[in-house]
Design a protein around this ligand. Sequence first.
Ligand code: ADP
Ligand code: ZN
Length: 665
Amino acid sequence: MEQADSFQQSACDVLKQRFGYETFRPGQSEIVSAILQGRDCVGVMPTGAGKSICYQVPALVFAYGDQLGSQNEWAFLPAAALTIVISPLVSLMSDQVMALKNSGIAAAYLNSRLTFAQQEEVLSRARAGAYALMYVAPERLADPRFLSFAASSGSIALVAVDEAHCVSQWGQDFRPSYLGIGDFIRSLPVRPVIAAFTATATPRVADDIVRLLGLDGPLRMTTGFDRPNLRFEVEQLSDKKKLARIAARVLANPGESGIVYCSTRKDVERVHEALVAAGARATRYHAGLSHGEREVNQRAFVNDDAPVMVATNAFGMGIDKSNVRYVIHHNMPGSLEAYYQEAGRAGRDGEPSDCVLLWNDSDIATCRFFVEQESGNEALTPEEQQLVRASQRRRLASMANYCMTTDCLRATILRYFGEGEQAGVEQGLGLDAPQGCGNCSNCDGDVDAVDVTVTARSVMRCVHELRGRFGKGIVADVLCGSKSARMREYGLTNKRTYDIVSDSPALVKEIIELLTAGEYLEISEGRYPLVGLGPRAREAATDEFRLYMKRHRKSTAATGRAHMASFGEGVSANMGSSGASNASGAVPLSTEEQQELFERLRQLRKRHADEEGVPPYIVFSDAALRAMCALRPATDDEFLAVSGVGPVKLKRYGKAFLEEINGER
Ligand code: ADP
Ligand code: ZN
């Protein structure tokens, strides 16, 4: 027990001394102390919640134990124990290692990007205790050289598994190499503590993680999925208007970093070209580009040389860029999981950021098509494939519902993820879906909810009467009493639901989509998509049933966060109501002077970053720069008080930044 207490103290010291943070965020301290007490854990935390700290802090306590506090550069001390971090994301690995080194922590990575000789070098240094942390790609677990290193090393104290959902065949990111992790752990001479982390886990995936990684009575920790600093917007726009909307947001603040996601390479090319023509410093990324070009473009983005990235969803998995101020989706993704993961790449530093989703009917049709096209996973039986497909259909419905709902967007997301929490996680941190968050495009009040319940009931009756044998065009034609030849041809004019609504066929089709998104209807796939009753059809027959259609009072084009008075009260009001994840002390810049200083610090940061060959956010986060502008530290001690500044960063950058802040150049 006593040792546990001293570990706790050490953990707090490490957090402050190495990472420059005052307090643990919710969930972090629970996981850190469980690990330090030797207990396995599963951490389910959203992007940006700070999963890395959960294993990095224990790694340092295990590595340097009683030497903590006495040394500034642990990099020169031999580590008593090693933490292995398994991560599928090769680029994230080098970023993490770079960030750790920048804070004076000895770390290395082992993946296929290193030559044979380099890998040998890393392993032999690891044998000598040179590292506290070693990041390895899951493929290395099958490499005899790595295995013999691990088998002969009795000093692996912790194995952290990042993106742990990759072990499950139920998820979208299944990686066969993850199945080898369990065997690897069992092969070790001394069983280390195992900590698994993921941003997305349904109960089923969480169970797979525990079972397949062989976790032993793990602490299951789920933190709230809310990201209070993210503003959510949804807009239904034609393809043409989408482009104008994107350009307006990008050019509204050309220095800001953002990501524009498109569903196809062709769209990436088109949007990228348009943005560049409009004068934006944009780059692009998709699987059709050569490896070299992808690399170069990614670097340009990460280093803020081209702050705007236009990409397919192939981009971002390994990106740890914390100062992304907006993520715009040019197309609707296939699930809220995918959407929230991609949108969640905005604002990892806790600063206000926008997540804008642009969509129209053809996005939904495309997703429907893909659900059916997907060849399926060969490791699954046909029955399992059916199940996977059904769950994809349900996920798509929830995504479409997000586009169409008149409810608070944040509440809609939280409710969606909340289901998983109730069912599968023993210990959660409470997830209160706010009634109205005041920081999403549905809460801001420029949308109206039009009651379409009566027509929706007629639609349900019609689909029932037609027994799911027709597509949505015919259903709409029947209801609206179309005089077309095919009505007679199919004998539809004498249906009871023929000609019973006075709305336009276009509106009826919209209502059909809305009912499908609510799972009252289901649109089957195939060459001619057919409309049938969905799993919740019965509920639509009850008295409580209500359906609202969203109508924009005016276009919100070209607004975005800009209309929230970026640096003024709007933001601080929103930050005030925030919960955990921006507790890091995001500080709004209220005066022109502060904004001007922010700009100067940003340039200074860029100069240092370029000199050292690291991305700017590795030097300091936007949040840290902002805190400097607000606090205006004049002494070393005051500089240390800035969140994100530890002794190593003070030593490295303190002088230059203090001079810039205090105007002695
Ligand atoms: P995740 O892996 O969960 O997506 P990261 O580990 O990359 O998130 O952390 C996101 C950001 O939050 C990083 O910039 C990190 O430095 C910062 N962060 C993490 N923990 C804390 C903390 N306790 N206080 C302040 N900032 C933190
Ligand atoms: Zn809201």
